[in-house]
Design a protein around this ligand. Structure first.
Ligand SMILES: [Zn+2]
Ligand SMILES: [Zn+2]
Length: 278
């Protein structure tokens, strides 16, 4: 007969505490309810609103939109991202824009050209309530930067600053949100205070190229020499047209001690038409 007074029991492993049970319950419930949530609130593309095929993916843009906004007529110039002339070598020496301007930045990464759907996307980035789209576009830009890494990689990300009055009116700072998105994907810190806007400039998109250079001259000031010492800065903006704003900021960043400035923008305008630049 077995001894009924026996009190020892075989080891059953660690006893789950209340916190673990709660987490497991939430995970299991989330998994069970996911199809229902997807049915009631299907995830849609942040740009064209079509339902996303893979609703479990973190991707917020559909494949069609990703391909459309990232299409180039011709290969972009490595320094300023302007499409190079047909048959030209893939170097700044072959780029009419680089030959004309003495750019103080060394390299530009752009998702696509400023036109059609990309133009719509850039205009939406400037509006309040489009944070999800801006973050998704930032992730797309980060993917490109990871595909074509810069050596040495940037030490710090700096968004093109916006004058406080403009920020107050818009209620949103697109370049700053893009910089935050890049920072999360690339694991590089953002330091918006390394450059500040000293005065309000006229909207670049409304001016002729020569007026644009005059419009932004001495409009920016490096904030902290210590933060810039010998740094490789990745300057971030939503759109670049003549490069006058980026060039003025790059000059000031280098005057403040930066060793090198690279650029990351969503769209490269090719001049001619009005753009949405600051
Ligand atoms: Zn779409
Ligand atoms: Zn160029």
């Amino acid at each position: 007969m077995p001894d009924g007074s026996r009190t020892d029991s075989p080891s059953r492993g660690p006893v789950p505490n209340r916190k673990n049970l709660s987490r497991k319950f939430r995970v299991a419930t989330g998994r069970m309810l996911a199809p229902l949530v997807d049915l009631l609130f299907p995830r849609v593309c942040s740009l064209c609103s079509v339902p996303l095929v893979d609703s479990h993916s973190d991707e917020a843009l559909c494949n069609d939109c990703r391909q459309t906004i990232a299409a180039w007529d011709r290969a972009p110039c490595p320094r300023c991202a302007r499409p190079l002339p047909c048959g030209a070598a893939n170097e700044p020496a072959a780029c009419p824009a680089c030959r004309q301007a003495n750019y103080r930045f060394e390299r530009t990464t752009a998702v696509g050209q400023y036109r059609g759907l990309m133009r719509d996307a850039v205009l939406r980035v400037k509006r309040l309530g489009e944070e999800a789209l801006t973050l998704a576009l930032g992730r797309l830009l980060a993917e490109l930067l990871l595909l074509r890494p810069d050596h040495p990689s940037p030490d710090v990300i700096v968004p093109v600053p916006m004058h406080w009055t403009r920020r107050l009116i818009r209620g949103v700072n697109g370049p700053e949100l893009l910089a935050e998105s890049l920072s999360r994907s690339l694991q590089i810190p953002v330091e918006p205070r390394l450059i500040r806007c000293r005065r309000r400039t006229r909207k670049q998109g409304t001016l002729a190229p020569t007026q644009r250079r005059r419009n932004v001259r001495r409009a920016y000031e490096a904030g902290s020499r210590a933060g810039l010492a010998a740094a490789h800065v990745l300057l971030v903006d939503d759109v670049m047209t003549t490069g006058a704003t980026a060039n003025e900021i790059a000059r000031e960043l280098r005057r403040g001690g930066a060793a090198r400035v690279s650029l990351a923008v969503l769209a490269r305008g090719t001049g001619g038409g009005r753009t949405a630049g600051q």
